[in-house]
Design a protein around this ligand. Structure first.
Ligand code: GAR
Length: 198
C-alpha cells in the first residue's frame, strides 16, 4: 500500500477526490496525512475522513528555507512513499525538493510547459488560446518544469472566465491525479525512470 501525504493551500477539492478514491476497496494507496502552509479550507476533507492534518504556517517563518526545513521535518515524521502537491501555492526550497524528488508530484491547471506558475488558468485566458489543459508532473527545482507524468487537453470556450475554465479543468486534474497515484502504487509508473537523477 502506497502511503501519501498531500499538501494543500486552499479548498482541497482535488484532495477530496483523492481521498474519495482511496476510500474505495482495492485502491492501492492511502492518504496518511494532509499538510498546509496556512489554515486551508481543505483540512475539512481530511477531518471528514479522520486523517491527521499539520500546519506549517508560511507567515511565521523568516525565509523559504526555514519554512521548508519545518515542512521537511513534518514530512519526515510521516515518511510517506509519495508527497502530492495538490494546490500548494508555495515554491519549495531546493533542499526539500532534492530530498523528496522524484517522490513528489504536483498537479497544475494547464498543459505544461504552457502557462507554468501560480496563475495557469488566468495566463491561458490572457493569451487568448483556444485550448489549455491539465498536467501532473514530478516536482523539480524549476517552476512547473519537472517531468510530465500525465496531461490532457481542455478546450477554452469563448464565454469562459477564470472561474468557469478552472471548474472544467479540475475534474480532469482529479482524474489524472488519481490515475497517476494508482499507477505509482501498482508499479506501472516508475518515478525514478520518469525523472532520472541529473
Ligand atoms: C488546482 O487546480 C491545482 O492544480 C492548482 O490549484 C488548484 C487547487 O484546487 N495548483 C496550482 O496552480 C499550482 N501551481 P483545490 O484546492 O480545489 O484542489
Amino acid at each position: 500500500m502506497l502511503s501519501v501525504v498531500v499538501l494543500i493551500s486552499g479548498t482541497g477539492s482535488n484532495l477530496r477526490a483523492l481521498l474519495d478514491a482511496a476510500a474505495e476497496p482495492g485502491f492501492p494507496a492511502r492518504v496518511i496525512a494532509v499538510g498546509a502552509d496556512r489554515e486551508a479550507d481543505g483540512f475539512a476533507h481530511a477531518e471528514a475522513y479522520g486523517i491527521p492534518t499539520f500546519l506549517v504556517p508560511w507567515r511565521e517563518f523568516d525565509s523559504r528555507e526555514q519554512w521548508g526545513a519545518q515542512l521537511d521535518a513534518q514530512l519526515s515524521v510521516w515518511n510517506p512513499d509519495l508527497v502530492v502537491l495538490s494546490g500548494l501555492m508555495r515554491l519549495l526550497p531546493v533542499s526539500l525538493v532534492d530530498r523528496w524528488s522524484p517522490r513528489i508530484i504536483n498537479t497544475h491547471p494547464a498543459y505544461l510547459p504552457e502557462f507554468p506558475g501560480a496563475h495557469g488558468v488566468r495566463d491561458a485566458l490572457a493569451a487568448g488560446v483556444d485550448r489549455t489543459g491539465a498536467s501532473v508532473i514530478v516536482v523539480d527545482n524549476g517552476v512547473d518544469t519537472g517531468p510530465i507524468l500525465a496531461q490532457e487537453r481542455i478546450p477554452v470556450l469563448p464565454e469562459d472566465d477564470e472561474h468557469t475554465l478552472h471548474d472544467r479543468i479540475k475534474p480532469v486534474e482529479r482524474r489524472l491525479l488519481i490515475d497517476v497515484v494508482q499507477r505509482i502504487a501498482t508499479g506501472d509508473l516508475d518515478l525514478a525512470a520518469a525523472a532520472p537523477a541529473t
